[in-house]
Design a protein around this ligand. Structure first.
Ligand SMILES: [Zn+2]
Ligand SMILES: [Zn+2]
Length: 537
């Protein structure tokens, strides 16, 4: 039996982190991400670990996004000395992402300390420092996609393309359990089919236990072509009004995709002749890593490069790495497109641009990515009339364009199709990395449409995973006439098990408030009696 403890992205989108232990007590992890979106969620980053980091031999990192990698510096500072197995591009992206994250942590701590001192409160230490982040980079251990890696005795792994961002991976993990291997698959974050720049997600056909993301488990994305037109509408709207177009964007992938699309419009002669600023030091560095890693490109992007077109260059596009350059943007009147981070407007230069433009009628704010509950971006999407920026209430008078078709996450349809590939192996599915309602809806859909057992684990819940033959193993052996008994037992066991699943389902649905009806109890009693009868026979 192996144990999997869900320490993040269970019942939430962020904080991805899973601890896996085999019978010999060997521990490996999948992802070590930061919890993001609102104070309550972020407090989890400060908790002590539920395990001893020094005892973990390997961390598999699915991709560089901070909700999957952002607690690595803390893990290393607290004693982790193992290998961080990941793709080459992820390792490269992590360097810039983790240092940037440390910078944000240090700034937050400084700001909080200043605020506290004014009230004679205590000084605040950052979650981790730039030194911690730097120190953690030496443990990154890039491996090739599609190649089997023997991690240690009894543990093998292989990373496959997840099609979500540059270098993102699905993880296949084989863990020896007695005479058998148990195969786990972690989807990581799955991209859309035919997403820009990166290749489509790899199809996988076998798993005993499948952990699948569900960010958009209950939604379908709008059509991509329509979304591109909406982006152009948002640009034209502000250009007509002589105002700015703000695009909050994640530094990795979304930013490059937006530039890629603007480049297409430019070459088609459809983009208004206005300045475009990539105003994010992190995104600028990430774009350089995209340029260096063309082996991850899909055919279309490669064809473009082979024609001598740099998808990330345009005559009007200016990269503004320094603070002075960034501030100068707001001094210039007239329309301009500003792409800046962070993607959920919770940090970074976009906050300054929002402060300067959000209250201006005629400006555009273009939301092109996922906005977590509690984030400033989510408040803007939800139509709040004011949002708080730098301790000030700023009115939302700019027109907000929420464009749903640019997601780097597979939507319900794509997710279900990808999970459906596993049909022959009939895995038990654990639905993770989604807001509770999305995960629950998707779990139900998997059960209904594919017939797989599905379950939404909670935060810090431990799953005990046995080799798949488990129900057959518990059937009593030896006696000849016991063969039928075994079958009956098996059936009764399955009935109880599905009954319990349903109950668990409803309890979760009731959001923790347990509501069991008389009828439920009767059903359980009936099955209990049936079991007793079989046993007495
Ligand atoms: Zn991601
Ligand atoms: Zn994620």
């Amino acid at each position: 039996m192996i144990k999997v403890t869900c320490l993040g992205a269970a019942g939430s989108v962020t904080g991805s982190c899973f601890l896996i232990e085999n019978v010999h007590g060997k521990k490996v992890m999948v992802d070590c991400g930061l919890f993001q979106g609102g104070k309550q969620m972020e407090l989890r980053n400060w908790r002590d670990w539920d395990f001893s980091p020094s005892q973990v031999s390997t961390l598999f990192l699915t991709h560089a996004h901070i909700d999957h990698s952002g607690r690595i510096p803390k893990l290393v500072r607290d004693g982790f000395k193992g290998r961080i197995i990941t793709s080459a591009a992820t390792a490269q992206l992590c360097e810039i992402m983790l240092l940037d994250s440390a910078h944000v942590q240090e700034m937050d701590a400084r700001w909080q300390t200043r605020k506290n001192r004014r009230r004679a409160g205590r000084d605040i230490k950052p979650l981790y420092t730039a030194d911690d982040a730097q120190a953690s980079l030496q443990y990154l251990h890039p491996v090739e996609e599609d190649e089997m890696v023997v991690v240690e005795e009894g543990i093998r792994a292989r990373i496959r393309n997840a099609g979500h961002i540059l270098g993102s991976s699905i993880l296949e993990l084989w863990i020896r359990d007695g005479e058998q291997d148990i195969k786990l698959v972690f989807s990581g974050d799955l991209g859309m089919e035919n997403q820009l720049i990166v290749k489509s997600p790899q199809e996988i056909f076998n798993a005993d236990y499948l952990f699948v993301e569900s960010t958009y488990g209950n939604r379908e994305h709008k059509d991509f072509a329509t979304s591109k037109e909406e982006l152009l509408d948002a640009i034209n709207y502000a250009v007509f009004n002589g105002e700015k177009i703000l695009i909050p964007a994640f530094a990795v992938e979304r930013t490059q995709e937006i530039i890629y699309i603007l480049n297409e419009f430019h070459r088609a002669g459809r983009l208004p002749d206005i300045p475009i600023y990539l105003d994010s030091p992190l995104a600028i560095k990430a774009t350089e890593i995209f340029r260096q890693n063309r082996k991850y490109y899909d055919e279309e992007a490669l064809a473009m490069v082979n024609q001598g077109i740099d998808p990330f260059e345009m005559p009007n596009l200016t990269y503004t790495p320094t603070t002075e350059e960034s501030m100068a943007i707001n001094e210039k009147a007239g329309p301009a497109i500003i792409i800046a981070g962070s993607g959920m407007c919770t940090a970074g230069r976009i906050k300054h641009h929002l402060k300067h433009n959000l209250w201006r009628k005629g400006a555009s704010v273009v939301i092109v990515g996922f906005q977590a509950q509690g984030s400033t971006g989510r408040q803007i999407v939800d139509g709040k009339t004011t949002v708080r920026l730098f301790g000030e209430d700023v009115a939302v008078r700019a027109k907000v364009f929420t464009i749903g078709g640019f997601s780097a996450h597979a939507d319900r349809k794509n997710l279900l199709k990808w999970v459906g590939n596993f049909a022959e192996s009939n895995p038990q599915v654990f639905v993770v990395h989604g807001e509770n309602s999305a995960s629950l809806d998707f779990a139900q859909l998997i059960h209904q449409d594919l017939g797989f057992k599905s379950y939404v684990p909670g935060w810090r819940e431990t799953l005990f995973l046995k080799p798949r033959e488990f129900p057959i193993e518990v059937a009593p052996p030896v006696l000849e006439e016991a063969v039928n008994l075994g079958d009956d037992m098996l059936q009764a066991y399955q009935a109880v098990s599905s009954e319990l699943d349903q109950l668990q389902w409803r309890i979760k649905r009731a959001d923790g408030r347990i509501r069991i009806t008389e009828e439920d109890i009767d059903r359980l009693k009936y099955i209990q009696e049936e079991l007793q009868q079989i046993l007495a026979a």
